[in-house]
Design a protein around this ligand. Structure first.
Ligand SMILES: [Zn+2]
Length: 70
C-alpha cells in the first residue's frame, strides 16, 4: 500500500507484521570479537528488531565505517 501524503521515516522501515513505522534504536552488535552499538530499526508494536540485509549478510564493514565517521 502506498502512502503518498504521509511522511516517509528516515530509512523507510515498516514492520511487515504490524504495518507501523519502525523506530531506530541502539542495539548491541558484535563484530570481530568486539561489541559496539548500532542503530537498528525496531518495531514499537511487536518489538521485533529488523536486521538490515547488509548486516545479515555479514557485511559489517559498512557499519564499522559508519561508526568511525561519528
Ligand atoms: Zn511489528
Amino acid at each position: 500500500m502506498k502512502n503518498e501524503s504521509g511522511e516517509i521515516q528516515p530509512g523507510g522501515w515498516i514492520c511487515a507484521n504490524c504495518g507501523v513505522p519502525l523506530e531506530l534504536l541502539p542495539a548491541d552488535a558484535i563484530y570481530m570479537g568486539s561489541s559496539f552499538q548500532v542503530d537498528l530499526p525496531r518495531c514499537p508494536a511487536c518489538g521485533v528488531t529488523f536486521i538490515p540485509q547488509e548486516l545479515a549478510e555479514g557485511k559489517m564493514l559498512e557499519v564499522e565505517k559508519l561508526l568511525e565517521d561519528k
